[in-house]
Design a protein around this ligand. Structure first.
Ligand code: HEM
Length: 350
């Protein structure tokens, strides 16, 4: 009690009102009854994983040195000499993979329940922005270790930007900090990875969840009016269980399969096979099977479809009311994605 009085005297805000508002805004947030299924907690997963990424990323920055001469050595030092360094690096590395998986699951759940329908189209588009930022963070983070794989993945990745119509060359120069991959590229990727993208991500996440609170969570189509339950305690504890689950899974993966070091980057030796991470395989595949410029244009058109999907769905729905086109499009997209992954990762030699 003494401590509380001490704090209140120095920080005199109205605590009663503070508790009242937080109860109203958070604890009593109405959640549609069908959210009791775990499938509907998929939005909390990326939120938690992003928090983990920020904490582990800050810890890695205590030792990481963003220069071409020192980067590889500093990551080796973290992995082999810093106490628990391999574990923190493993959590960050596996966390980035789990984050993309969690986002894919979240998109699948939002897509198949058509939770993007009016008036939630803008929140869908903000979500696409969040996905783009998370992919940007993965791409820039991957390059920081400066081993052969990451160096050449950065070279090939930035090279494909060249085929973006009209602004391709300018984009290439912007990302590389010159014509070639150099020390400038590492500085830029590091700057994107730690100073530009994370605050943008946090800001958009705040807007995403703020808009979500303004609209309230979407009720399932055809099951409107079934009722609601309060965020606290049931949904809150679901999130706590999810957090513990992720800590356990990430920790196990980091200890059982810690990320390795690979060979240090050698700009003079091109490896036989350069492949990006699994979540960029689709882009890699499109640019491999089609001429670069055509592949890039196809990817950009698909990207536009993805961004504006809620409007496209509404447009089709008005003309053919009973056609559940989202089932067809969603199933086809998942199937193609899995087939490409199977072909490029499981069936093609590395
Ligand atoms: C950093 C990434 C993201 C975070 C932290 C996040 C978080 C959340 C949370 C907590 C919810 C509440 C409902 C639920 O748990 O499912 C939600 C709903 C929603 N999300 Fe996300 N999300 C992210 C990315 C995305 C992406 C990539 C999309 C789509 C491309 C998206 C579209 C939506 C939509 C439309 C809703 C509203 C659903 C409803 O009202 O039921 N989000 N998001």
């Amino acid at each position: 009690m003494k401590i509380k009085e001490w704090i209140v005297e120095r920080f005199p805000i109205d605590y009663g009102r503070f508790v009242e508002i937080s109860e109203k805004v958070f604890a009593k947030e109405p959640i549609p009854l069908h959210y009791k299924k775990w499938w509907f907690a998929t939005g909390a997963a990326p939120l938690l994983l992003i928090m983990f990424q920020i904490v582990t990323g800050i810890l890695l920055m205590f030792y990481y040195i963003p220069s071409p001469e020192m980067a590889y050595e500093s990551v080796r030092y973290i992995t082999e000499e810093v106490r628990f360094g391999f574990w923190i690096r493993g959590l960050h590395r596996w966390g980035s993979n789990l984050l993309i998986m969690a986002l894919i699951l979240h998109i699948i759940r939002v897509f198949f329940t058509r939770a993007y329908r009016r008036p939630r189209e803008l929140n869908w588009m903000i979500g696409v922005g969040l996905l783009g930022i998370c992919l940007g963070l993965s791409l820039t983070g991957y390059s920081l270790i400066q081993n052969q794989v990451s160096y050449w993945a950065t070279t090939v990745g930035t090279n494909s930007v060249k085929s973006v119509p009209i602004i391709g060359n300018a984009l290439l120069q912007f990302f590389r900090g010159g014509e070639e991959v150099s020390a400038n590229t590492l500085t830029r990727f590091f700057t994107f990875h730690v100073t530009l993208l994370p605050p943008l991500l946090l800001f958009l996440m705040f807007v995403h969840i703020f808009i979500l609170r303004l609209h309230g969570m979407a009720e399932l189509e055809g099951r409107e009016g079934e009722g609601f339950y309060a965020f606290y305690p049931e949904h809150f504890f679901k999130v706590v269980i999810l957090t513990l689950f992720f800590v356990a899974v990430l920790s196990t993966l980091s200890v059982m399969s810690p990320p390795g070091m690979g060979e240090p980057a050698d700009p003079a030796v091109t490896p036989a096979h350069i492949k990006p991470e699994w979540y960029f395989i689709f882009v890699y595949f499109a640019l491999k099977v089609m001429p670069m410029q055509v592949g890039m244009s196809v990817l950009m058109i698909l990207g536009l479809f993805f961004v504006f999907w809620p409007f496209i769905d509404e447009f089709i729905g008005k003309r053919v009311p009973n056609l559940k086109i989202h089932y067809v499009v969603g199933a086809a997209a998942i199937l193609i994605f899995l087939l490409v992954i199977a072909k490029e990762i499981l069936l093609t030699p590395h």
